[in-house]
Ligand binder design. Structure first.
Ligand SMILES: Cc1cc2nc3c(=O)[nH]c(=O)nc-3n(C[C@H](O)[C@H](O)[C@H](O)COP(=O)(O)OP(=O)(O)OC[C@H]3O[C@@H](n4cnc5c(N)ncnc54)[C@H](O)[C@@H]3O)c2cc1C
Length: 304
């Protein structure tokens, strides 16, 4: 990052749709935690995104893309460089036959709702996942036995230094909470989903049932980032944490949920440092008592 006026220079060169200096990110995450971004930039066209990423590469400015912020823990020091968000034009959804095309910024719940309205089955599992379509593909989000991999057939992706490309399902390398995007800095712009014809009433009933199960099992009344840890082979993280006696364990205002031990909740005003301390304690105690080493599922981003 060259010079103290790097932000003004970037705005002048890129001319983005919207931007904010030193924007606190807590309000952009479901955890309600996170320090400021040096610069938050919202782009609303592919050309703007291309200009921005190229400019950052040329000037050595770090950037990261934020979706709906439902699977991230942003540290208290915030994010160095640019946080990119995709604007409303990246949130379009269209349906043709059994194919649904959705922009990365579209909320997964809205994508699932659109499918239901068109009598298309396959996205019932996603109706209660609070992230974006882009974050959903990046993480290969899943629930109740289904995942994005089951429905995604292709995606439009922007790759720094490469440009705009189309990737097939195989090229996306979707696996448990993983995709090729995580290894290539790829930005997902749009995905093509193939669904199956179904009965709208039955689809909605399924969505309602799954969402009722969520409300019953998950601490949705508190800010969180969903499941903190990946499911280790042959076990459930929540169960291991419970067995280790950590349900309700609290550091400052961060707590292992008493309703679902796989979640850490923000009791109000928790800091990222408190959440991180709790995560480390959970990992250490679970390892000591069960022999399993838990890997975080949520993305931990930013500076101390
Ligand atoms: C209450 C609750 C329940 C949840 N339940 C589930 C569940 O059942 N199943 C499940 O899998 N997850 C669940 N989650 C986690 C989360 O909703 C998903 O992982 C979701 O897909 C993340 O999307 P996002 O837009 O919020 O991504 P963010 O949290 O904004 O970002 C997560 C990662 O994705 C990257 N990313 C986001 N958008 C893009 C894009 N367009 N291109 C490239 N990279 C991108 C970011 O850079 C970041 O590294 C839950 C979360 C909460 C809070």
């Amino acid at each position: 990052m060259k010079g103290e006026n790097w932000r003004e220079a970037l705005i002048a060169a890129v001319k983005p749709y919207r931007f904010r200096y030193d924007e606190p990110l807590a309000g952009y995450t479901s955890f309600r935690i996170g320090g400021p971004a040096d610069l938050l930039v919202e782009v609303n066209t592919r050309a703007e995104l291309d200009r921005l990423v190229r400019y950052c590469a040329g000037e050595g400015i770090p950037w990261l893309l934020l979706g709906r912020g439902t699977n991230v823990l942003i540290k208290d020091g915030g994010i160095c460089g640019v946080v990119i968000r995709l604007g409303p034009d990246f949130g379009r959804i269209t349906v043709e036959g059994v194919e649904l095309r959705a922009g990365a910024a579209a909320p997964l719940a809205l994508v699932a709702e659109t499918a239901a309205r068109h009598g298309l089955s396959g996205l019932e599992f996603a109706s209660g996942i609070p992230g974006s379509l882009g974050g959903g593909v990046y993480m290969n989000a899943g629930a109740y036995g289904n995942e994005m991999k089951d429905v995604v057939v292709a995606a439009e992706v922007y790759r720094p230094g490469v440009g705009f490309t189309r990737l097939t399902r195989e090229e996306l390398e979707l696996a448990y909470r993983s995709s090729v995007l995580q290894r290539t800095d790829g930005i997902l712009l749009e995905a093509l989903l193939r669904l199956t014809p179904g009965d709208e009433t039955a689809i909605r009933a399924k969505m309602k049932e799954l969402n009722a199960r969520r409300r019953e099992k998950q601490p949705l009344e508190y800010p969180s980032a969903g499941s903190v840890f990946k499911r280790p082979a042959g076990a459930y993280a929540g169960r291991l944490i419970e067995v280790a006696g950590l349900k309700g364990k609290t550091v400052g205002k961060a707590q292992v949920s008493t309703k679902h031990a796989g979640f850490i909740i923000n009791l109000g005003g928790a800091t990222a440092q408190e959440v991180l301390a709790l995560i480390e304690e959970v990992r250490a105690v679970v390892f000591q008592r069960t022999g399993y080493w838990l890997e975080p599922e949520l993305r931990i981003l930013g500076r101390e």
